[in-house]
Design a protein around this ligand. Structure first.
Ligand code: X2X
Length: 337
């Protein structure tokens, strides 16, 4: 009885102290770090990140306190990438394609129509391809944790018309994230891509600066893009994720035990988030339809052929180099282009 009573007391005392920002032994956190991201607080990425930081705080006795700033609260992706580099924020999750503005070959996982399914994605990105990209990221003095978080397979939405084949993309004013690979791909479709950070996407669609955008269903739902978009064309045109990035100096400043604790819980949260997103992306069709969106299926062939004819695959093979391209082709088990 003595033991369980003591456990209960210790548990409640530390919980109260943690709530006030005071550690279990009465000291304030030794490390108060910021984690910034671009997604709504309701997206699984933020829900799982909140769980992870709570566990890290508790199990470190309050020594490591990571505060989550969702929804571009600390700035757009472009701004926050600069803050990550300078150490103004310590952690950031970012698409490999946007990261390519700093680490050019990081975008290789986002080549159009490369991955046919999640099985191959996880094998590649948890395997040789991911290890290669993390090595490239490390050269830019940024740490990428082992497990990438899922964004999902991306789908095209518009306010004007369904996209049935590649020809329907001609002239479409479509928002793309800030990344050369995205712009190049939609130029190859002869669309009119506009680079816009996610922070501005809802407004850009609402005010008709652009007529379309592309994102996985979990984002279309949690960011309420269904309010400003009508058609959802299931193109699965690329898989996208979020590397969990750390400023190198901030990461190395942590004592080994805290670094191990953060690594464990952040990677675990990534795995849980992947399962959440897979479930959502499979189940949201009904919900989005009930909110007024009109879905249509597409076949990848016309899209892939258009990209091949436009020289998209040749161009990117040249940009990345033979070695990187070979890692991608090996991962997807096919020649691309
Ligand atoms: O900007 C986007 O569209 C988003 C949220 O999917 C990314 O972070 C790439």
């Amino acid at each position: 009885m003595g033991v369980s009573r003591r456990t209960v007391l210790v548990g409640s005392v530390s919980a109260a102290m943690l709530g006030s920002g005071v550690g279990a032994r009465g000291q304030t956190a030794q490390f108060t770090y910021k984690y910034a991201n671009n997604l709504p607080a309701t997206h699984p990425m933020n829900i799982r990140a909140q769980e992870a930081v709570a566990k890290i705080k508790l199990e470190s006795g309050g020594r490591l306190d990571i505060q989550v700033f969702p929804n571009n609260q600390l700035g757009s992706d472009t701004d926050v990438l600069s803050q990550l580099r300078s150490g103004g924020v310590e952690f950031f999750t970012l698409s490999p394609l946007i990261l390519s503005t700093l680490v050019p070959n990081a975008s290789v996982s986002g080549i159009g129509f490369a991955f046919p399914n999640y099985d191959l994605v996880w094998k590649a990105i948890d395997g040789e391809l991911g290890a290669y990209v993390r090595g490239q990221i490390a050269k830019a003095n940024i740490i990428a944790l082992d497990k990438i978080w899922d964004n999902g397979f991306r789908q095209i939405t518009t306010s004007t018309k369904p996209i049935q084949t590649a020809a329907d993309l001609k002239g479409l004013k479509i928002r793309v994230p800030v990344s050369p690979l995205w712009t190049s791909m939609f130029k190859a479709f002869e669309a009119a891509p506009a680079s816009i950070n996610f922070a501005e996407v809802y407004t850009a669609l609402q005010t008709k600066i652009v007529d379309g955008q592309e994102n996985p269903l979990a984002i279309i739902s949690t960011a309420k893009l269904f309010e400003v978009q009508k058609y959802l064309s299931v193109t699965n045109h690329m898989w996208d994720g979020f590397w969990f990035l750390a400023n190198r100096r901030a990461w190395e400043r942590l004592p080994d035990d805290l670094r191990a604790l953060a690594t464990k819980h952040i990677n675990e949260a990534a795995m849980n988030e992947r399962a959440d997103v897979a479930k959502l992306n499979a189940s949201l069709r009904d919900e989005l339809t009930s909110k007024g969106m009109v879905f249509n299926e597409t076949k990848p062939d016309s899209f892939r052929e258009t990209l091949t004819k436009a020289g998209f695959y040749d161009e990117w093979k040249k940009k990345y180099g033979e070695e990187t391209w070979a890692i991608l082709e090996k991962a997807v088990g096919a020649k691309l282009g």
